[in-house]
Design a protein around this ligand. Structure first.
Ligand code: GLA
Length: 383
């Protein structure tokens, strides 16, 4: 990788932009504040330059995000002894992210999750999308937002390191109507929160549902499975699915079932009893009790060994719990370790799957003149 590094903002001090000569790295006199650094992450097969932004807060917590997929490649947070570990799955190099992989760390759009049979109606018109997941459309299609190179600009405010990514998706890209401009801003606060704020606008009625697809393992990348992680999801209900993981339309109670995470429960304790198709495990949308619309506590995960705790706050009405069921040892990650089944878990904050075909689900239609807004916070501590 090109070692040319530009310290883009000494976020605590003046937001002066320091440019380093090629082959030369500079460090900012950051004091106790945070900083944003930019480096090259290589060039895509199509010849597009990809950059990596490193956000560092006052506690030395770091998040690295690349412009390919506005994708979180690394997130280093402390355990109860102050020991740092990278708690997200992923790769070291761009070619691996350009190849086949299950959306590690990526921003997902234009519509996250599944649309039944890749079909929907909007404004009296029928639209047909790629069926890239069995009979269904998944995560924005063949070349979704996760596989696009986004524009980036540092966005630190008041000494808190941040970077904003922007992508403009053409009218009918991947079969969706309307030209959509999406942004996602990553902010790493000094309270060890990684804050993701999304916006989207359109020039024609369309559908939008944005999320992040990070796989977390709070013991650290490559450190076994998440089966002993204790999970809480503040949801009394979920959306049961058919054999192709499309919601049946029912909104069912979790009470008295293996879906209930209202009290902290080890993920592995009931995972073999989860109903659904092979390969087994959780891959379900929870109907968050707070209902969405305002940023609110939604879920938490704790690794009992390291004590690392991640709390998830979101303004979205749902969250997809996905326990890495399709990982099968065929992909080797950053640490040189093959990702076995359940090597990580995703908490994809979102509108419910197939919402456009389910009028009783919270709507995903975006009209011209309106701005889609969504915020999710991953807050880290240890105990
Ligand atoms: C989502 C889906 C899963 C799976 C993963 C990627 O979370 O819900 O079924 O497709 O993405 O492997």
């Amino acid at each position: 990788m090109n070692v040319r590094v530009r310290i883009l903002a000494a976020a605590c001090a003046a937001s002066a932009v320091l440019a380093a000569a090629p082959g030369h790295a500079q460090t900012a006199s950051g004091g106790k504040g945070g900083r944003v650094e930019k480096s090259s992450f290589g060039t895509t097969r199509d010849g597009l330059a990809v950059d990596q932004y490193t956000l560092t807060n006052a506690n030395g917590v770091t998040a690295k995000i690349i412009t390919h997929g506005a994708l979180l490649t690394e997130l280093h947070v402390p355990d109860r002894a102050g020991q740092m570990a990278d708690v997200v799955l992923g790769f070291k190099t761009l070619d691996r992210y350009e190849g086949d992989h299950p959306y590690f760390g990526a921003t997902i759009g234009r519509v996250a999750n599944r649309i039944a049979k890749g079909r929907f109606r909007l404004g009296g018109q029928e639209y047909t999308l790629a069926t890239n997941n069995g009979p269904n459309h998944l995560h924005g299609g063949i070349k979704g937002f996760d596989k696009r190179v986004w524009k980036a600009q540092p966005a630190s405010v008041g000494g808190v390191p941040a970077v904003r990514f922007t992508y403009t998706s053409a009218d009918m890209e991947e079969g969706y109507p309307g030209m959509v401009t999406a942004t996602v801003t990553y902010t790493l606060t000094h309270a060890n929160e990684l804050r993701l704020e999304y916006t989207a606008t359109t020039d024609k009625p369309t559908i939008v549902n944005l999320t992040n697809h990070s796989y977390f393992n709070l013991a650290g990348d490559g450190q076994g499975t998440i089966l002993d992680h204790e999970l809480t999801i503040m949801a009394d209900r979920y959306t049961p699915v058919d054999d192709t993981l499309i919601p049946t339309g029912e909104i069912a109670t979790v009470r008295g079932t293996v879906m209930d995470f209202n009290r902290a429960t080890a993920i592995g304790s009931r995972i073999d009893e989860v109903p659904g198709p092979a390969p087994g495990g959780y891959d379900h949308n929870y109907v968050l009790s707070h209902g969405g619309g305002v940023l609110a506590m939604s879920a938490s995960v704790r690794d009992p060994k390291s004590g690392r705790l991640m709390e998830v706050l979101t303004s979205e009405p749902g969250v997809q719990l996905y326990t890495g069921n399709f990982l099968d040892g065929t992909i080797t990650g950053k640490a040189g370790v093959a990702y076995q089944k359940h090597a990580g878990l995703c908490l994809e904050t979102q509108h419910y799957p197939d919402s456009i075909n389910r009028p009783h689900f919270p709507p995903v239609v975006l009209q011209p003149g309106r701005t889609f807004k969504s915020t999710t916070v991953y807050r880290f501590s240890a105990r």
